[in-house]
Design a protein around this ligand. Sequence first.
Ligand SMILES: [Zn+2]
Ligand SMILES: [Zn+2]
Length: 365
Amino acid sequence: MKAVVLRQPRQLDWADVPEPRLTTELDVLIQVEACGICGSDLRYWEGDNPWALHTLGRHVPNPPNIILGHEYAGVVVKVNSPKYEHLLGRRVGVQAFRTCGKCDFCRSGSQNLCRDTIHMGHAQGWGQMDYYPGAYAEYCLGWADLLFPIPEHVPLDEAAMADVVCVAVHVAGRPASLGADVLCIGGGPVGLSIAQVAKAKGARRVFVSEPSPVGQEVLRRFDYITVIDPGADALGEALARSGVRAVSSIFDTIGSGQIIAEAAGLLAERGTYVNVAVHDTPVAFNAALLGSERTLTSSSNATYGDVREAYDLICTGRVNVRPMITHRLALSEYARGFDLLLGSPKQAFKVVLCPQSAGTGERSN
Ligand SMILES: [Zn+2]
Ligand SMILES: [Zn+2]
C-alpha cells in the first residue's frame, strides 16, 4: 500500500510499504478515508517526541520509519475474528491508542498517563518493527473494541477530528472548575476545540489569542469567542480592553517560556494555568505569581472517557469541527499539507489527507 513514511527528522517519503498485519483477535484493518495532520506530527517531523514529553516528562529519541497520522476515520475492511464480522463495511472513528489496563493509572481511569501505551501514528509502544503504523496510509490498524460508529450525517473527515476534540475534553477538565472567563493561548485546532468544549461546559467569556490571519478568520466564525492578536497586543492589554484583568482558566497550546511567564501573571486567585504543549525548556517567572492558590499544571493526551465524550460532542453537533478543516488534500499531496502548516504565518488551519482520493486539489470552507 501507499504510505507517507517519516524516515528521519525532516524527511518524509512517499513509499510502498506492506499492509499492516492483523495479529490479535481485536485487530481490524481500516481503509483510511481521512487523516488530519496534527501539530504533534509537525513536531515529530522536526525530531521532537511530543508523546514522550507529555507522558514520560522527558525526550525519547524517535525510531526511523514512522508512519505518522493518528487523527483518522474510515471503513472497516478486514477483521481477525468471526466475533467482529458485523463490523465489516462500517464507517468508524477510532480511538488511536490502547493502554495496558493493568497499571495504577489505567485502573484509576487515568489511562492518559499509562507508560505502556500503544499509539497509532506516534513513536510509542511498538517495539521492534520495520514501520511504526499510522494513518498517513491507505490502510491502518484499529481495535475492534475501540471503534465508534459514525452516523451517516457526519462526514468522516469531521469524525477524524475526534482525536483533537478528546484532547480538548481532557484539557478543559483539568481545572477544578472552569470559572467565568477562559483564555486560550494559541487558537489552532486544539485551541479552538478547547474553546468550544469550555463553552459547552459553562465558561462565560472565551478569549483566544492567535497570530495567524487564517486562524483568526476561522475563530471569528464563533460568536462567543473574542479573538486577540498577540502580534498587535500584549495579552494583558487585550484582555483589559474587554474589561478583564484576570481569567480563571488559561489553556496554553504554545508553551514557550515567555508565554508561561506572561500567562501566569493573568491568572485570577485560585485560577489554573494548563500547559498543553510541554517543551524541554527552562522557564523563569516570579514565584509570587503562584500566590492565592494559583495552579500551574499540564494536560496529557486523553482518557478513554474523554474519547467517548469527544465523539458524542461531534456527532450531536455540540462541538462544530467543520469550520476547522480548511484543506482536504490527496495523501500524495502530504508535502503541500506540511508546507501550508509550517509556513509563518501558517496558511492552513487543519489539513486533512484523504488517502482514497486521487487528487482532490483542495476545498476551503
Ligand atoms: Zn493529534
Ligand atoms: Zn496502564
